[in-house]
Design a protein around this ligand. Sequence first.
Ligand code: GLU
Length: 257
Amino acid sequence: MLKKIICCLIFLIFLTTGCGKKQTEPEIISDLDVIRDRNELIVGVREDTKPFGYRDKDGNLQGIDIELAKEIAQYILDDKNKVKFVTVNAGNRIEKLNSKEVDILVATMTITSQRLRVVDFSQAYYVAGQALMVRAKSDITSLNQAVLYGPMIVVFGTTAEKALRDTYPAAKIIGAKTYQEAYEMLKSGKGDGIVADDTILMGFTGDKSVKLLPKRYSAEPYGVAMRQDASSDDLKIAIDELIGNMATDGKLKKLYK
Ligand code: GLU
């Protein structure tokens, strides 16, 4: 009898203390829901990466990344104008994303394994390649040769900066915050070459006092960056779906034109 009473008591304690109940998981509020509730998508973009993100003569943001951001707003909010742009640079973009100042980055950002440790990426929407730009009168014909000359110019926080420091640890490297600044450093002779994505360097080739050398030193797949947590899963699915659709129906190619 005593045994039975003890068993009943243990069972009661078990029930009343909630043991045996499955602990409720903390609720995940998806970024996609937050954006839809706000009815606005906040996107980190560049203003120094013509033709991907730049300002026209009236000061309006233009470019492939800007158009892609509008397409994303259209896809998830049904209105391509429900997008707010926040300008970022290569050095501060991850911080702006992870501090939730922006929802996503559409910012000529290469998908790399190092960055995948701190952010998530969509599938690639473009593939650029690193190249070298020098003054038109320069004798430099390759990167191997260039690093033996004067300083090489890079934009801080870019894959070019990392590649150069990794491959040529003894090279003299000077950094700029923006591509405009890097270009002015080259023109004024502060450095002897800019290493950066060909797409962005092409934005300066209208100036005949500089030249873009033909060799490409890397493949730079651009992805849309999102925060790396479960709340961004739905957003990633939506953006991947959109990029997939745009690749199939030719919209992505049209953007590049
Ligand atoms: N795609 C390169 C990167 O992600 C360079 C372009 C940029 O400045 O964003 O670092």
